[in-house]
Design a protein around this ligand. Structure first.
Ligand code: MLT
Ligand code: ZN
Length: 474
């Protein structure tokens, strides 16, 4: 035991002995990340049951100088919620704070605790005939606190924005143990610095989000979904532009998938099948949706696809004829991460560029990676409609996983050189976590990183909140 035994005793007294986990069998699931990039060693896993208990934990740990790693559904792609190997950091699991506090269908707001899953929030909204417009592959496990702390993006960003755009209010436990109750649900509130946005995307480095007020949208009454084989990267963009020009308010999702990613899903995920006659090198998924009752989105989508087929932009397409078929098509997209995990070692680049440059990004990054590592397999897919591509790489067939992974920085840097040339970002929606702080000086150096460090220093002078994440060591 690295910490004083009296700290553990005090924590047990504060939140109940049953909620302080120290046996390796109990803590193992919290010690490693979904991708299994890191194997941490927590001092203990703490599972407080209320905001007041979170504050008590933070105060006790602060007094002892002990670091806390907030953790929600543990679905980070960048090791953002995994403790270090030191044995000194406490995992602060928010899972027991999982209540829906309030839903107001007139204000269109949802007040929800950090440990509720995103899926639970979506369901609560649907029951009130509203939409919580944030959709990500991990929504069944990912929790609100983590989703906000990483400013998650997902499939509907092109229409509704990132998680950040949905936050009206927050409740946060600050590193000194104070509770900031900022759970306002105002659409207008100009009262100085927008503090809540500091904590959104801060990856747990400034405090612990314990609850939030989220902005809801009207629930779509109608939707239409198409899965298309497209002729090229440029054709995928041309198809998106057409959808957007035809009816920008109806485009709910526009996703790109390269041929290899879809092939991996078909090979590794039972129950999936290709709804087209022949495999292709490029696919697009289009979803239209509207809260209007009088629209005919299927007819609209059909007309759009007929035009695109006639011009050779689209080679083949299917429009989902039932909810079951729509779900089967979405699975081809959403199972990409799981399929890649089953296929072997992979290196992920969660990158963004201006939408107009996505085709150039896809082509140039592929060429650069193939030149660096012949035989490397490009699994590129993602949110073409907002410019965020998951430019992921699978090990060459003949290469050992460890040898491939040992070259991760080299490969990420190669992709990032292209991203930089195209005016993009090295981190679009997954965050920086533990994987990418080394990139920060290069990308956000100078005044920007300096300001971030000063904010961190002002709010968490002891560096007890998720140390080693987001900001690079000095
Ligand atoms: C997704 O959009 O499916 C994930 O964010 C991508 C990934 O696994 O890289
Ligand atoms: Zn994504």
């Amino acid at each position: 035991m690295h910490h004083d035994a009296s700290l553990l005793d005090a924590l047990r007294a504060a939140i109940g002995a049953a909620h302080v986990l120290t046996d390796v069998a109990d803590t193992a699931a919290y010690a490693t990340d979904w991708r299994r990039l890191y194997e941490g060693r927590p001092a203990a896993v703490l599972r407080p049951g209320s905001t007041a208990e979170v504050a008590a934990v933070v105060r006790l740990c602060g007094a002892a100088g002990a670091a806390l790693v907030p953790q929600g559904g543990n679905t980070s792609m960048v090791g953002g919620a995994t403790p270090s190997e030191s044995g000194r950091e406490f995992v602060l699991s928010l899972g027991r704070l999982n209540r829906i506090r309030d839903l107001d269908p007139i204000d269109q707001t949802l007040s929800i605790e950090a440990g509720a899953t995103l899926h639970a929030g979506q369901q609560a909204a649907l029951e009130a005939d509203c939409l919580l417009p944030l959709a990500i592959g991990s929504q069944g496990s990912a929790q609100i606190g983590g989703v906000l702390s990483t400013n998650a993006g997902g499939n509907n960003t092109l229409r509704y924005g990132n998680a950040r755009e949905m936050v009206l209010g927050l409740e946060v436990v600050l590193p000194d143990g104070q509770v900031w109750d900022g759970l306002r649900r105002l659409r207008k509130d100009n009262t100085g610095y927008c503090l809540r946005q500091l904590f959104v995307g801060a990856e747990g480095t400034l405090g612990v989000i314990t609850a939030a007020v989220l902005k809801l949208q009207p629930r779509p009454r109608q939707s239409a979904l198409a899965f298309c084989a497209v002729a090229s990267e440029d054709a995928a963009l041309a198809l998106f532009t057409r959808c957007h020009r035809a009816d920008p308010a109806a485009v709910q999702a526009f996703e790109y998938m390269g041929g290899l990613g879809v092939a991996l899903v078909l090979r590794h995920i039972p129950g999936t099948s290709l709804p087209l006659a022949m495999p292709a090198a490029h696919y697009a998924l289009i979803e239209l949706a509207t809260p209007r009752a009088d629209a005919d989105l299927s007819a609209q989508l059909e007309a759009l696809l007929a035009g695109a087929l006639a011009e050779g932009i689209v080679q083949d397409a299917v429009i989902a004829a039932s909810e079951a078929q729509a779900q089967a098509i979405w699975r081809l997209r959403e199972e990409h991460s799981e399929a890649q995990k089953r296929a072997g070692a992979s290196i992920k680049n969660d990158i963004s560029v201006p939408v107009s440059r996505v085709p150039a990004l896809l082509r140039e990054a592929r060429a650069a990676c193939e030149a660096l590592l012949p035989g490397v397999r490009v699994v590129a897919f993602g949110h073409l409609g907002d410019g965020n591509i998951h430019f992921n790489l699978e090990q060459p067939e003949a290469m050992a996983a460890a040898d491939f992974l040992a070259r991760d920085h080299e490969i990420m840097d190669t992709v990032n050189a292209v991203v930089r040339r195209l005016g993009g970002s090295f981190s679009a929606e997954h965050g920086v976590g533990r994987l990418k702080p080394y990139m920060m000086p290069d990308w956000r150096g100078g005044a920007e990183l300096d300001l971030m460090r000063r904010i961190k220093q002002a709010i968490d002078p002891q560096d007890i909140m998720n140390p080693g994440k987001l900001l690079p060591p000095r």
